[in-house]
Design a protein around this ligand. Sequence first.
Ligand code: NAP
Length: 468
Amino acid sequence: MKQLLGGKWVDKSQKIEVKNPFNNELIDTVPVATLDDVEKAVEYAETGLKEIGKLSSYERAEILFKIALIIKEDKEKFAKTIASECGKTINEARWEVDRAVQTFTLSAEEAKRIYGETIPYDSVPYGKSKLGFYIRVPVGIVAAITPFNFPLNLVAHKVGPSIAAANATILKPSSLTPLTALILGEVMLEAGLPCEAISVITGTGEQIGDLIVKHPKIRMITFTGSLEIGERIAKLAGLKKLTLELGSNSACCVCADGDIELAVNKIVKGAFAVAGQVCISVQRVFVEGKIWDEFIELLIPKVKALKLGNQLDESTDVGPMITETAAKNVMEWILEAKSMGAKVLCGSKRYGTLFEPTVLIDVYPGAKIYKEEAFAPVVLINKFENFEEAVELVNKTKYGLQAGIFTRDLDKAIEAAKRFEVGGVIINDVPTFRADPMPYGGVKASGIGREGPKFTIEEMTEIRAVCF
Ligand code: NAP
């Protein structure tokens, strides 16, 4: 496919090969964008900003509703592209498409609710006879940099609210999964978005990332990806708005007073969906000592029953990891954890990019697989003896995206909500639960800012005070 610069499809002689992670087959190529292409995208965006600024919120909402409708109609095309390039199963890909339809629909609805507020200017002695309010205005040109694992819905979470807020958007998708974003580019043009208001640029982050991040005409960077790149962006961006949605090693507590069977079923889904390559994947599970045996006995057969294989096969539960390097890295981390005393209860074999769903117990907190983000089909299970210890274990990490707790004790649930140091506490479900309208994002090394169309629009607009 070609890249999209201000509504024009532009090719380059140098190409990035997009491959199916299951069998390494070439799916398509995309151009390697140059620094000059970034400059062109910014120039188009300056015009795009003026064009989208002429549209009323009703008109922007209509465009967003249309995008949602076209995606819904093209569901199977999107799902196949997502599954092929990113490796998630076809059923997971269909679920992602359904969610993206909701994300664009929510963005359309929120476009109509960009409110200001009156300000009591006369509440200070020198404000007598003044009257005023604030309005929200577009931040300007927004650069959206997105990861490989949700090539449609995480793009939707940036582009949808950006359109709703009347910004011009330059999207740089992951070089591993750019095809879905380019197809979305076609859809956005078909839906009537002013063509200069969108670019989908396909260079590598290494080559064009710094220029995008430092560009003085780009007013906001919205990034979803790894902590390493997020930190680099935070250092380079300078005086710009920043949203950083980064990684995690999310924890889930199973208390003796919780529904153990429900917890097991949810944890199997939350730990192994998308082969564990979800930012809120369940990585660290803490089980109360009293129910340890029962929990393990229920869990292991369910993990062993998961079918590993070709993501396009309807019956596959766990598809490949994104690259063989990623699969090899997780194997090294498992070996390190074993050398520090961890035991493997199931899994831990690798076949190319396929990695068996793996359960480790008694993992030393100093092991990389415990303290870093695994981003693999691996779940670690350790014991806790009382609630205080559980709180400490959940919080003893540099990350803070979401955490889950299974308990029937309302007091414990409330304590967890108050004391877990994360962006979202999920009671009686796994940290992997995300509803697209909710405020979503992390604290500590998991990032800055919140997504969810209503909240992203707040991030993507500036407050302008008006005083009469
Ligand atoms: P990544 O390696 O950090 O890449 C993310 C994006 O950053 C890609 O588009 C990449 O482009 C680009 N990039 C690379 N170097 C850059 C640079 N120097 N400047 C600017 N951009 C640069 O992450 P990933 O492996 O795709 O995704 C996995 C990570 O994303 C995990 O850590 C996961 O937890 C996190 N994630 C977080 C959330 C959340 O909502 N918190 C959601 C999903 C994923 P290239 O592909 O061209 O290198």
